[in-house]
Design a protein around this ligand. Structure first.
Ligand SMILES: Nc1ncnc2c1ncn2[C@@H]1O[C@H](COP(=O)(O)OP(=O)(O)OP(=O)(O)O)[C@@H](O)[C@H]1O
Ligand SMILES: [Mg+2]
Length: 153
């Protein structure tokens, strides 16, 4: 889809957050400032995460956890140097767990991560972004079908 501004990107994330089941892993790819964190903010709002716990780029911490209908595990791998570091963070336990896992800069680790959905965000103009959502397994396909049927209609 073409997003015409941050509110569009957030709205799509929000719908995904509303429809997601526990255990979902979503990879977020795109350049600096593409809108990965913006999408993540929408997801948090769809999960009912309180605005007391604002979603920002966790670049310096690698992982932020927010509490909503499901826990949100928000990773940012921009500064990650080795796959080992990810294991040390307990990535597998989170990703196979009770919450929704979002991973910014997942393309740094593609080989190591299994996920259901991959969101690729491309910069078009100052306000326009191209968002491509692709399913990587049956669970992802199911979710994207629901998302498509409920998006703006
Ligand atoms: N259509 C759009 N969708 C999302 N963000 C947009 C859009 N148009 C403009 N923006 C702006 O682009 C910026 C996106 O920043 P954001 O932190 O979400 O990017 P990011 O992909 O997480 O970057 P980083 O790799 O640095 O973490 C925000 O300032 C946002 O307001
Ligand atoms: Mg970010």
């Amino acid at each position: 889809m073409i997003s015409a501004g941050p509110e569009d990107t957030r709205a799509l994330g929000q719908l995904l957050g509303e429809l997601a089941d526990a255990g979902l892993v979503v990879l977020l790819n795109g350049d600096l400032g593409a809108g990965k964190t913006c999408f993540a903010q929408g997801v948090a709002s769809g999960l009912g995460v309180s605005s007391v716990s604002p979603v920002t780029s966790p670049s310096y911490t690698l992982l932020n956890i927010h509490h909503g209908r499901l826990p949100l595990y928000h990773f940012d791998l921009y500064r990650l140097s080795q796959v080992d570091d990810l294991a040390e963070l307990g990535y597998d336990e989170f990703a196979e767990g009770d919450g929704l896992t979002l991973v910014e800069w997942a393309d740094r680790m593609t080989d190591a991560l299994s996920a259901s959905v991959i969101v690729s965000i491309e910069h078009l103009t100052e306000l326009q972004r191209k968002l491509c959502l692709a399913a990587l397994d049956d669970c992802g396909e199911n979710l994207l079908e629901h998302l498509a049927s409920q998006w703006q209609g």
